[in-house]
Ligand binder design. Structure first.
Ligand code: CTP
Length: 402
């Protein structure tokens, strides 16, 4: 979708101010955003703030002659690729559940064919009220997507569930709704991050993997409708929305977590940087400083991806190759040695590629001998290209098998 149209409904709760940040994120993400505010929302934040951030007129009044000719409720409803209500108050949720259309926003809701995302935010007792819960259940059964409010400190002074999720989490959910669901039916296991192998209770050996590539893959596949399990070594990244994340530390733990999912998986994307060796033994207590050198003996870790391909049935297995020289040659060897369907190779010495940056420059090598070098692009874009490859691979196999 070139420039998706997001219609954002803002209703009168204190979390309105967070909707401003949401607009900024969506605009930054190349969405065109049209904001519709209820009268109550305008008591919290001036429409001018939303207008300035979205760069478009804000709808507030169904019966304003100027607004109706400039914006038009049916035009808004038809142009939406997704309609989001954030924050959604108990009042608007009740109106939606009853099919009431007594203002611009609720009228647009009934008139649109676009997917609807409702993001409730209110006082903890209001949210827990059986009437509100029944209304939310009704919206879900009508096919509306309802995000869970999060727990924490509420503006009304209470602690508990009722907070609006942070704007990046809402933006991610919107992206997910906007993607074509071309990977639905896939169950994909993604590994990410480094493994960590302990020397003693306070020291370990590891590597510089940040996990960014694997997390981008998990997000991209989930947005495109796949059921995703992310097996993640230690990283500083937040668990992606809509993905089951299994945290692990060592290569052995990663192996066990991946094998537990493997039989039911349709594809495995091994983006993790697994340590090839671990110390033969881990000291039970902190090793003390001594005189002279210290020797540590290392034993090999299992090669997880090679083990997967040795036992695979219908699963597609994708490996990664981080290289510092002879990129294509080394990656090709890995493809054959590990019997992979695809290798995603990157030269970690190249600028804009490799560890802890948001971009990557990779070359895709598949079993048919096709070598596809991709330019430097965001890890999110690389993740989408890998998902595209998976889709094409499925179509080819389907044609060959048919
Ligand atoms: N891999 C794995 N288990 C290991 C090591 C690596 O599953 N113990 C996977 C990685 O997740 C990656 C692929 O194998 O998808 C290639 O990893 P890499 O470290 O480049 O391969 P190695 O076989 O370790 O080769 P090298 O000698 O270059 O380190």
């Amino acid at each position: 979708m070139e420039k998706p149209n997001v219609v954002l409904g803002v209703t009168g709760g204190i979390a309105c101010y967070k909707a401003l940040e949401l607009v900024r994120l969506l605009v930054q993400d190349s969405c065109s955003v049209r904001v519709v505010m209820t009268r109550e929302a305008t008591e919290f934040v001036a429409p001018l703030s939303f207008q300035t951030l979205s760069g478009a007129p804000v709808g507030t009044d169904l019966f304003s002659l100027t607004q109706e000719s400039e914006i038009g409720h049916i035009n808004l409803a038809d142009s939406a690729d997704v309609l989001v209500i954030a924050p959604a108050t108990a009042n608007v949720i009740a109106k939606l559940a009853a099919g009431i259309a007594d203002d611009l926003l609720t009228t647009v809701v009934l008139a649109t064919q676009a997917p609807l995302l409702v993001v409730p935010s209110m006082n903890v007792h209001m949210l827990a009220h059986p009437m509100v819960q029944a209304n939310i259940a009704k919206l879900r059964s009508a096919g509306y997507h309802v995000m869970e409010a999060v727990a924490g400190y509420l503006a009304c002074g209470y602690e508990g569930k009722g907070r609006l999720p942070e704007p990046p989490a809402i933006a991610e959910e919107i992206r997910r709704l906007l993607r074509p669901k071309d990977l639905s039916g896939e169950k994909i296991v993604v590994t990410a991050g480094p493994s960590r192998e302990a020397l003693d209770p306070v020291r370990y050996i590891s590597n510089r993997s940040s996990g960014k590539m694997g997390y981008a893959l998990a997000r991209a596949a989930a947005r495109r409708g796949a059921k995703v399990t992310l097996v993640s070594g230690p990283t500083a990244l937040a668990a992606p929305e809509g993905v089951t994340t299994v945290p692990v530390v060592t290569a052995e733990e990663m192996r066990a977590a991946v094998l537990a999912e493997f039989d039911s998986a349709t594809a495995v994307l091994m983006a993790a940087a697994v340590a090839d060796y671990r110390p033969r033994s881990t000291a039970g207590r902190k090793m003390k400083r001594g005189d002279g050198n210290r020797r540590v003996e290392f034993v090999p870790n299992p090669d997880i991806v090679a083990e997967l391909t040795a036992r695979r049935g219908r699963q597609v297995v994708v490996g990664f190759a981080a290289e510092t020289e002879s990129l294509v040659e080394n990656a090709r060897q890995k493809l054959h040695r590990k019997n992979l369907d695809l290798v995603v190779a990157n030269d970690v010495t190249q600028e804009g590629s490799g560890f802890d940056v948001d971009t990557n420059a990779v070359t895709l090598l598949d079993r048919d001998g096709t070598v596809t070098p991709l330019p430097v692009m965001s890890k999110d874009a690389v993740a989408d290209r890998i998902c595209d490859w998976l889709l094409q691979h499925r179509e080819h196999s389907h044609r060959r098998g048919a």
